[in-house]
Design a protein around this ligand. Structure first.
Ligand code: ADP
Ligand code: MG
Length: 701
C-alpha cells in the first residue's frame, strides 16, 4: 500500500528529535503520526489580518504584527526574572515579555530582523505588551505553506516552556503531510462516503489542520466527527452482540400460571400502552436464551413497579427466584409493602431484607432463600452480602440505578454460576442520544406515558417577597386535608449555613403554623436514620401536615395525599433534582402544585432552569435542557464512562451526527454482520486497529 502509515512512531518524523518526541508523548500522549494528526485544533484564527502597533486597542484580543526586536534586557522582579524585548514597527513600539525559557531565547532571538509575532495583548500604564508571543522570522514564514486560517492547538505549560509552541506544532504537522504526499488510508467504505457525501480521510485531515476555506473546514469536521462516532457506535453494537452470543442466560420459556393469573384476575388497573410494550420487550429478552441487560427508564410515577413485579412473575413461572434492590431502606420498605398485597393474592412468598432486619428474621430469610422457599427478596445493599445466597436467582432488578455502582451490579451477577437477567430501573431520564453512547451495550426500554387521569402538576415561580401569599395558599390546602412539603437546599460546601437556613425556615414556619392546629415534621441529613424514619412515617400516616426537609426526601417516597411541593432557594438546585423533587407530589387524585421560591437575583442558567420547570412536566424534555446547560460531564454516570474522551465530536452539539452514525453502523452490521464484503474490509481493518487500543475500549467497558 502506498498510502502513509499512521502507525509510524513520531520519532521518524523530520524535525522531531528524541527530546521533542519524548515531550509530545508525555505531555499530549502523542506516539504516532496518527496521534499527531488527531491532535485537532481548538480553534482557528484569521491570519490574513496584520495589525500595526498604533492600531492596537486596550481590548484587542489576539493580534498578528510584523516588526523587529531592537533590544533585549533581563528585568529582576520579586520572583525570578523576566526577559523583556523592545519590539517596533513603523508606527510604534511595544514590549515582548517572557517569564520562562530565558537562556534559550537569548541565544535564539535575532535583533533587527523582521519577525511575525502573534499573541494576546496586555495593556498596562499606557503601553502595550505581549507575553510569550508566538513568533517566527518573516523570511521563514514566507517559505512555509501559507494558510488563511491558522490552527491553534491544545498545549500544555511544559510544552510552551520547552520551545514547542503552536508554531512548532504546525510545522511538525505540516511535515507529516509533506512526507506522506500520497495521502492516508481511507477508513470508511466507498459506498457510505458516496451516500453521505463525505470527503476522503486525507482531504479531511488536511483541511481540519489547514483549512483551504471555511466550507472545506466544515466538510472536514463533519467527516471526522462522523467517523469517530461511527466507530464508537460500531464497537458498542458489536459488544452488545457478543454479550448476547456469549453470555448464556436462563431461558424463561413459559409464560405460566402466576403471570397469567395476575394478568387476568388481579391487575389493579389497566396497564398503559407503554407499560404493555415494555413488559413485552422484557418477555422477549427473557425468552431468548441470552442474558438480559436492560435499562428501564420511566419518569417518576410512570408505573415501573408493576412492570418489575410482572417480570418477577415470569421468573417464578420458570421456577426462578428474583430480587429487587432499592437504594434506601424507605424505598425498599415501600416496594415491599406495595408488592406484599399482590403476592398474598397469588400465594407467592416475599421478604424484606435491610440493614435493620433482626438477626433472627435474617436467619430465616437466608435459609428460605437457599431452600428455594422464598420467591422474591426485596431489600437494600444488604442483598449484596456474601451470606445472602439464592437457590436459583434468575432475575435481579435494581431500582434508581444511579445510586449503585458498576461493582455492585457485578456482585449481583456473581450470585449465580450463570448471571441472572438484570433489569435496571431509573427515574432520572437520560436523553436518548446520551443513553445510546453511555449504555449502548444495554438495551433500553422507555415508559413514556403516565397512567391516565393523572393531573399534571401546576408549577409556578414565586419571589421570596410573596411568601405570605404562598403561606395563605398552604393554609387553604391543609384545610382541604392536603399535606405539604417544604424543601431546603443542602449543598456540602456550605453545610452549616444551609443547616441554619433550614432551621430558621422551620422556626418561621412553626410560628406561622402553630401547634396544636398544625403538626410539622422535619427531616434532614444530620438526623439519625431511626429518627428520620420516625418523622417520615408520621408524615406518611397523615399525623403531620407539613414536612420541612432537605433533599433527603428526593427519591421515591410515596405520600399520595401530599399535594404541594415548595422548593426554597430553587435557583440553587439542578434541573434533574428539581424534577425529582416535584415528582413527590401529583401521586394522588388531587390537583398538585410545585412552587419554586427564589430571590430576585438570578443567573441566566437559573432562569432557564426555572422557566423549563414551569413550562413542562416531561422528564425527557427536562433532561435535554439539562444536558445542554451542563454538558455531559455533570450528568449522572457519565464521569467514568469515557464519552468525554471524544477527540473531535461533541456528544451534545453533534447529536444529529451521532444519530446518523448509529443508524449507519446498525445498517452495516445488519447487511454484513462479519464485515466480509470487499467494500467493508476497510471497516473491519480499522475496527481491529481501534479495538486493540486500550483507551478506546474504555469507551465501552
Ligand atoms: P414509578 O415509576 O415512579 O416507580 P410507581 O410504579 O410507583 O411509579 O407507580 C406510581 C403510581 O401509579 C402507583 O400508585 C401505581 O399504583 C400507579 N399506577 C402505575 N401504573 C398505573 C396504571 N397503568 N394505571 C393507573 N395507575 C397506575
Ligand atoms: Mg419507583
Amino acid at each position: 500500500m502506498n498510502s502513509g502509515n499512521l502507525q509510524t512512531p513520531i520519532d521518524y518524523l523530520k524535525g522531531v528529535g528524541p527530546n521533542r518526541a519524548d515531550l509530545l508523548r508525555k505531555e499530549l500522549g502523542i506516539h504516532t503520526f496518527g496521534d499527531l494528526l488527531n491532535l485537532f485544533p481548538n480553534r482557528y484564527i484569521d491570519k490574513t489580518r496584520y495589525y500595526k502597533i498604533n492600531e492596537l486597542q486596550q481590548n484587542s484580543a489576539e493580534v498578528q504584527i510584523v516588526g523587529k526586536i531592537t533590544h533585549i534586557k533581563s528585568v529582576a522582579q520579586k520572583r525570578g526574572k523576566r526577559l523583556v524585548a523592545d519590539f517596533v514597527d513603523e508606527t510604534g513600539k511595544m514590549e515582548l515579555v517572557w517569564f520562562r525559557g530565558h537562556k534559550w531565547l537569548k541565544e535564539s532571538l535575532k535583533i533587527n530582523e523582521p519577525y511575525i509575532i502573534f499573541g494576546k495583548i496586555n495593556w498596562f500604564n499606557g503601553s502595550f505588551s505581549m507575553p510569550h508571543p508566538d513568533m517566527e522570522l518573516l523570511k521563514e514564514h514566507q517559505k512555509n505553506m501559507l494558510v488563511a486560517m491558522q490552527p491553534i492547538y491544545p498545549s500544555t505549560e511544559k510544552l510552551g516552556n520547552r520551545g514547542i509552541s503552536n508554531r512548532v506544532i504546525i510545522k511538525i504537522i505540516q511535515q507529516v503531510f509533506l512526507e506522506n504526499k500520497k495521502g492516508f488510508l481511507e477508513t470508511l467504505p466507498q459506498s457510505l462516503r458516496k451516500e453521505l457525501k463525505l470527503i476522503s480521510k486525507t482531504e479531511a485531515l488536511f483541511n481540519v489542520h489547514f483549512p483551504q476555506s471555511a466550507e472545506k473546514l466544515t466538510q472536514a469536521q463533519f467527516r471526522l466527527k462522523f467517523e469517530e462516532l461511527f466507530y464508537i457506535q460500531l464497537q458498542l453494537l458489536v459488544k452488545n452482540r457478543l454479550r448476547k452470543q456469549k453470555i448464556k442466560g436462563f431461558v424463561f420459556e413459559e409464560v405460566g400460571e402466576y403471570f397469567n393469573q395476575f394478568y387476568k384476575n388481579f391487575l389493579p388497573f389497566e396497564l398503559t400502552n407503554a407499560q404493555k410494550r415494555v413488559v413485552k420487550e422484557i418477555r422477549n429478552d427473557l425468552g431468548t436464551g441470552a442474558q438480559m441487560n436492560r435499562l428501564l427508564q420511566g419518569d417518576v410515577g410512570s408505573g415501573k413497579t408493576i412492570v418489575a413485579f410482572m417480570s418477577c412473575l415470569l421468573a417464578l413461572d420458570n421456577k426462578f427466584q428474583s430480587c429487587i434492590m432499592a437504594p434506601t431502606e424507605i424505598l425498599a420498605t415501600q416496594h415491599f409493602n406495595g408488592l406484599l398485597e399482590w403476592c398474598e393474592k397469588l400465594g407467592i412468598t416475599i421478604e424484606l431484607l435491610t440493614g435493620s432486619t433482626k438477626k433472627s428474621a435474617r436467619k430465616i430469610i437466608h435459609e428460605n432463600l437457599e431452600s428455594g422457599e422464598l420467591h422474591i427478596l426485596v431489600g437494600t445493599h444488604a442483598l449484596l452480602e456474601d451470606k445472602v445466597q439464592f437457590q436459583n436467582l434468575g432475575l435481579a432488578i435494581i431500582d434508581e440505578q444511579h445510586r449503585f455502582g458498576v461493582a455492585q451490579r457485578a456482585k449481583l451477577w456473581k450470585k449465580n454460576t450463570i448471571p441472572p437477567h438484570v433489569l435496571v430501573m431509573t427515574a432520572t431520564p437520560i436523553p436518548r442520544t446520551l443513553a445510546m453512547s453511555l449504555y449502548g451495550d444495554l438495551d433500553i426500554s422507555v415508559i413514556d406515558e403516565l397512567p391516565p387521569g393523572r393531573k399534571s402538576i401546576k408549577t409556578v415561580h414565586r419571589f421570596d417577597n410573596n411568601r405570605l401569599k404562598v403561606f395563605r395558599f398552604i393554609r387553604d390546602e391543609i384545610k382541604k386535608g392536603r399535606q405539604i412539603y417544604i424543601v431546603y437546599p443542602l449543598i456540602e460546601e456550605s453545610e452549616t449555613m444551609d443547616y441554619k437556613d433550614l432551621m430558621d425556615g422551620y422556626e418561621s414556619i412553626a410560628r406561622d403554623f402553630p401547634m396544636p392546629e398544625y403538626q410539622i415534621s422535619i427531616v434532614h441529613g444530620k438526623m439519625k436514620p431511626a429518627d428520620k424514619d420516625y418523622e417520615m412515617t408520621r408524615f406518611a400516616n397523615g399525623e403531620t401536615q407539613i414536612m420541612v426537609a432537605t433533599t433527603v426526601i428526593e427519591v421515591g417516597v410515596n405520600v399520595p395525599n401530599a399535594s404541594v411541593m415548595i422548593i426554597e432557594s430553587a435557583e440553587r438546585f439542578g434541573l434533574s433534582q428539581l424534577h425529582q423533587l416535584r415528582g413527590r407530589v401529583g401521586r394522588g387524585a388531587e390537583q398538585s402544585y410545585c412552587i419554586l421560591m427564589t430571590g430576585h437575583k438570578l443567573s441566566n442558567d437559573s432562569k432557564t432552569r426555572l422557566e423549563t420547570m414551569v413550562k413542562t412536566n416531561d422528564g425527557f424534555e427536562i433532561a435535554e435542557v439539562d444536558l445542554k446547560l451542563r454538558g455531559p460531564g455533570d450528568i449522572m454516570g457519565t464521569q467514568q464512562s469515557g464519552v468525554l474522551n471524544l477527540k473531535i465530536a461533541d456528544i451534545v452539539k453533534d447529536n444529529q451526527i451521532l444519530k446518523t452514525a448509529r443508524f449507519y453502523a446498525m445498517k452495516l452490521l445488519k447487511d454484513d454482520p462479519n464485515l466480509e464484503e470487499k467494500d467493508h474490509k476497510i471497516v473491519r481493518y480499522t475496527y481491529n486497529l481501534i479495538a486493540k487500543d486500550k483507551t478506546i475500549w474504555n469507551y465501552i467497558s
